[in-house]
Write a protein that binds this ligand. Structure first.
Ligand code: FES
Length: 625
């Protein structure tokens, strides 16, 4: 088979590919993941590139005529047929540097004490053992010598695997019979034998998100966080959401393995770089805890996710067996223990259970509503006596997907919008302070609220014909210009279209309808909720009064809102450091009732009522005028 060289401009990164490879696949191979909301179907228009040199065949796809005239094509529709040079515009690239690792901390989270009342009792511990050297008369085997010493020291029956046994004779002798043994607390498996005093012990907490993956490296001896790293999930080239990933995994030969490897490569790349930065060997990392949604857990473990997508939406498992790093391919000590958070159902996953653990929603009497708005809207309501959860298909609009000028919360994203109600002039607040490139979730919420307040749109989201050049009619309907080409970072107008507004209203309506459905199912009113926890990066820039004004969040006093950041990662850290916390996570998984919103009419009725700014029942939003 013929091989061609693809050179990516401007970084001059080269890869070899075979004939028939698409530019999207080549870019992925080169470590340059492109935005690909539709997973390569040619419909989202996010993967635009320019062929600078060489022979390609362009299949088609949905690309505006103006971009075609300017020489752009879609990477997923451009097939390489010779040595080529490809230019990737910055806005087509998913940059790993854009992953938000730290919570912005703009709002008090009140949840900073990770362990709280949980004891520091990590998944593994290091035990120092002083063994007697064997003699002709005291000649038991190396293994029984080691296990006897362990029994005396800890009172436990250690388990020795073949992999550990293979190196044991040399390990003991080189250490002069004075050894540190790393022991898995769950089953007393011996994970490592090193000379006494050298047994460092590290663990990874992993938030395996559909979009981003964040890894925390912790010292298991003292619970200290050593470092964090994050990147886009390499699965992104197979589509933005879990449904397109499931379709790729189940309708392409080898698709599931491709997705498994992509997730694994993402985690391993982040953890390898963390370990290298901190002078830690892979062998020294003996535990990992992973929190991901149900689909991500299936894909990482290579489990067929097909029935998650099909009615009645049944996952292969909600609890996972105890695993080792070697079994799943994590690039740490192959004997390391790996715990994957349990899920509740197909669309309420381990990330939500981890969040519930970290935020202690089952810890007291107060009624808590936990909301994670990401690619989906997942929520849990309850207290120490009961918990009920649901997932609504809010769509990824608040993550910037499916919105003409939408983008993630990163540098260049508009996070705040002000519109003068007289002149309709616009002021934008941009993350990082530079020129705007697009709107992230909080910017979109702000924009919707301000458009309505300025009388540019009505309560149904339709444009009023106000007199400003910013409002213009295109072939696709009205759009409002938020930033002119000369003001933006990419030299193109930043607009919000009538279709974007409808899309956002549907998304916010779905989230609010989910909240109402949970409350109505347990016969409670909004006022009964004592605190609302907003999880995920979305909360970092969110302005609650605007979210209330558009009817996304309930009209409750601001002091009831708590922003908890990446609760999936924090829950994984907590479970890694404390076995009692992990036990509680398992119990939480069982305790949470799942409300399937598509099973009755309740959600649909609530959804239809919520397709209004803020809502058809204005009495639900007394503070919105
Ligand atoms: Fe290429 Fe969507 S158009 S990935």
């Amino acid at each position: 088979m013929k091989h061609f060289t693809v050179t990516f401009i401007p970084d001059n990164i080269q890869v070899q590919v075979t004939a028939g490879t698409t530019v999207l696949e080549a870019a992925q191979k080169a470590g340059l993941p492109l935005k690909s909301t539709c997973g390569g179907a040619g419909t989202c228009g996010r993967c635009i590139i320019k062929v600078r040199r060489g022979e390609v065949q362009v299949k088609g796809g949905h690309l505006p005529a103006k971009l075609k005239e300017e020489g752009y094509t879609l990477a997923c529709q451009t097939i390489i047929q010779g040595d080529v040079a490809i230019e990737i515009p910055a806005e087509s690239l998913l940059s790993k540097h854009q992953v938000l690792l730290q919570d912005k901390g703009r709002l008090q989270d009140g949840l900073t004490d990770l362990l709280g009342s949980y004891p520091l009792e990590a998944a593994c511990e290091v035990v120092t053992l002083h063994l007697a050297e064997p003699t002709l008369t005291e000649n038991t085997s190396d293994t029984s010598r080691l296990l006897t010493a362990l029994r005396k020291e800890k009172g436990v029956e250690g388990q020795v695997s073949l992999a550990l046994l293979q190196d044991l004779p040399e390990s003991l002798r080189q250490a002069g019979w004075q050894v540190d043994v790393t022991l898995a607390r769950a089953d007393n498996r011996l994970l490592r034998v090193t000379p006494a005093g050298s047994g460092r012990n590290f663990g990874l907490a992993i938030d395996l998100g559909t979009t981003t993956v964040v890894v925390s490296l912790l010292d298991l001896r003292n619970g200290r966080r050593i470092g964090q790293g994050g990147s886009y999930n390499r699965q992104a080239v197979y589509g933005d959401d879990v449904i397109s990933r499931i379709i790729h995994a189940t309708s392409n030969h080898g698709g599931l393995e491709e997705l498994r490897q992509a997730a694994l490569a993402t985690i391993n790349e982040i953890s390898n770089s963390l370990l290298a930065n901190h002078g830690i060997n892979q062998a020294e990392v003996t535990a990992a805890v992973i929190a991901g949604n149900t689909t991500m857990s299936h894909l990482l473990l290579g489990v067929n996710p097909k029935y998650i997508r099909l009615q009645p939406y049944i996952p292969a498992a909600t609890e996972w067996p105890a695993l080792t790093a070697g079994e799943i391919g994590l690039a740490i000590n192959p004997l390391a223990t790996v715990q994957v958070f349990p899920s509740v159902a197909s669309y309420v996953g381990g990330d939500i259970v981890a969040g519930a653990l970290f935020t202690r929603i089952a810890g007291g009497e107060e009624l808590t509503l936990f909301i994670d708005i990401g690619t989906n809207g997942e929520m849990v309501l309850g207290n120490k006596d009961w918990l009920i959860s649901c997932a609504c298909s809010a769509g990824p609009a608040f993550e910037g997907s499916g919105i003409t000028c939408g983008m993630r919360a990163m540098e260049g994203a508009v996070e705040g919008v002000t519109i003068d109600p007289e002149t309709f002039e616009v002021e934008l607040e941009v993350i990082g302070g530079g020129r705007p490139a697009g709107l992230c979730g909080s910017g979109l919420i702000d924009c919707l609220a301000k458009l309505r307040r300025a009388g540019i749109i009505d309560r149904t989201g339709n444009f009023h014909e106000v007199a400003t050049p910013r409002l213009r009619l295109t072939d696709e309907g009205y759009e409002f210009v938020l930033a002119w080409a000369a003001e933006s970072s990419h030299g193109k107008d930043i607009v919000i279209t009538a279709a974007d507004i409808k899309n956002l209203i549907r998304s916010k309506g779905a989230v609010f309808a989910g909240i109402q459905s949970l409350l109505k199912t347990v016969s409670l009113e909004l006022e009964a909720v004592d605190r609302i926890i907003i999880a995920g990066g979305f909360g970092n820039y969110l302005h609650v009064p605007n979210a209330v004004e558009i009817g996304l969040l309930p009209d409750l006093p601001a002091e009831k809102y708590v922003f908890a950041g990446n609760t999936s990662l924090k829950g994984a850290e907590l479970a890694l450091l404390s076995r009692p916390a992990w036990q509680e996570a398992l119990e939480l998984g069982h305790k949470m009732t799942y409300l399937e919103l598509s099973a009755g009419n309740l959600f649909m009725e609530e959804f239809v009522s919520a397709l209004f700014l803020p809502h058809t029942q204005l009495e639900l939003f007394p503070s919105v005028t």
